[in-house]
Ligand binder design. Structure first.
Ligand code: PA5
Ligand code: NI
Length: 187
């Protein structure tokens, strides 16, 4: 029997680079993150074109029951002392969870439930993060290198950014070369 073997997509674990599949890419820049950081005037002082994070994902089926796979590359940097981070979101379908796998770099995963209760998990090469349903999530790069994390989530989950328009209840800053976590009231 003359079988041909399908060549699947690939991830290079050390860098998170995806290959061998139709891919979708999106860059999020300083100019896209209006009022995401605590110090909005500081954000406006930065070059708007500067990329804060890139997301690369496999262009796979969006049908119910299918899974999406993507890698976030979050670059090092600060806005007014606050570490670069993703916008963060709840899933539009709140009950849907997600799994993140740390690939390289050093950072935090900020998780927050619908009551505004937040917690932080260390992200590093090899870390596994089970994000339950009803839980908003945001990556924060606390290192000097790119932080890359692989994510797998239900195609039907969707993103709800508006629910967090007032931000998360925790913010993470660098002060005197230390990580400083501040609680915010408006969350
Ligand atoms: O599905 C996810 O949670 C990730 O792929 C994120 O979408 C990615 O990290 C970018 O973050 P955000 O969608 O909050 O801008
Ligand atoms: Ni998500």
């Amino acid at each position: 029997m003359n079988l041909t073997f399908i060549q699947p997509p690939q991830v290079e674990w050390a860098s998170g680079a995806l290959a061998k599949g139709p891919l979708l890419r999106k860059s999020t820049r300083i100019q896209d993150l209006i009022e995401v950081f605590a110090d909005e005037p500081a954000r406006q002082q930065l070059a708007g074109e500067h990329v804060v994070y890139d997301v690369e994902m496999l262009a796979t089926s969006s049908a119910e029951g299918e899974l999406y796979t993507g890698v976030t590359h979050l670059y090092p940097g600060h806005v007014g002392g606050e570490y670069f981070m993703t916008r963060g979101h709840f899933h539009a379908r709140r009950e849907q969870g997600e799994v993140y796998f740390g690939l390289r770099g050093k950072g935090l995963l900020l998780l927050q439930n619908e009551h505004g209760q937040a917690r932080l998990e260390n992200v590093f090469a090899g870390s596994i993060h089970i994000i339950p349903g009803f839980t908003a999530h945001r990556l924060i790069n606390t290192g000097n290198e790119v932080l890359s994390a692989l994510a797998v989530w239900p195609a039907i989950a969707g993103h709800d950014y508006a629910a967090l328009a007032k931000g998360f209840t925790l913010r993470v800053f660098e002060e005197n070369q230390q990580i400083l976590v501040r609680e915010v009231q408006n969350g």
